[in-house]
Ligand binder design. Structure first.
Ligand SMILES: [Zn+2]
Length: 160
C-alpha cells in the first residue's frame, strides 16, 4: 500500500506497512518478523514498501521506477504491462498465480508484489515469468535466482 501524499485510503488488505511520497516507511513489526521467519512464502512487507519508495522517486506511483535509458523504459513497460494484464485476468477469473492478486489493483501494487516474489521466490519467478524476472534483475542489479541456487546447494551440502 502506498500513500501518494494525501489521506490514507484503506483497502481490503490489512495494513501491514505504508510508504508515503515523503519517503517515509511505516511497518507493522509483527509483519516484518513474519516476512523473515517465512522467507520464501512470497510475502515480505519490507520489500513491498521499499519498492513503493523506489517507484515514487520520480514523483509518480505508477509502477515504473527511475531507469537508466529509454531502451530500459521501453522494455520495462512492455514486459510489466503484459504481466500486469495477465495478473488482472487471473485475478478476475479467480485463477491462482505466482504473484499475489493484490498486485492487480494497479501498476504500483504490481511492482511492489512482483518485487516481493523477485526476492522471496526467485527461482519460481525466473522459471514461470522469465521476462519479468529479467527486467527486475536488471533494475535491482542482482541475480536473486542464482543466489537462491547457491544457497540451496550449500544447504544440501551442509545436511549430507
Ligand atoms: Zn502496496
Amino acid at each position: 500500500m502506498f500513500n501518494g501524499g494525501g489521506d490514507i485510503v484503506p483497502d481490503q488488505h490489512a495494513i501491514l506497512g505504508l510508504a508515503s511520497a515523503g519517503e517515509t516507511v511505516v511497518l507493522v513489526w509483527d509483519a516484518v518478523l513474519r516476512g523473515t521467519r517465512h522467507a520464501t512464502d512470497g510475502h515480505n512487507v519490507v520489500y513491498h514498501e521499499f519498492a513503493h519508495i523506489l517507484d515514487m522517486r520520480d514523483g509518480a506511483a505508477d509502477g515504473t521506477p527511475i531507469l537508466p535509458s529509454r531502451e530500459r523504459y521501453r522494455q520495462w513497460v512492455q514486459v510489466c504491462e503484459q504481466a500486469f494484464l495477465q495478473l488482472r485476468n487471473d485475478a478476475e477469473k479467480g485463477r491462482k498465480s505466482l504473484l499475489d492478486h493484490y498486485g492487480a489493483v494497479d501498476e504500483a501494487e504490481f511492482f511492489a508484489v512482483a518485487t516481493e516474489i523477485f526476492f522471496d521466490r526467485p527461482l519460481r519467478m525466473q522459471k514461470e515469468m522469465p521476462a519479468l524476472y529479467q527486467v527486475l534483475a536488471g533494475y535491482y542489479r542482482q541475480d536473486t535466482a542464482a543466489r537462491e541456487r547457491r544457497h540451496r546447494k550449500g544447504a544440501s551440502r551442509a545436511r549430507s
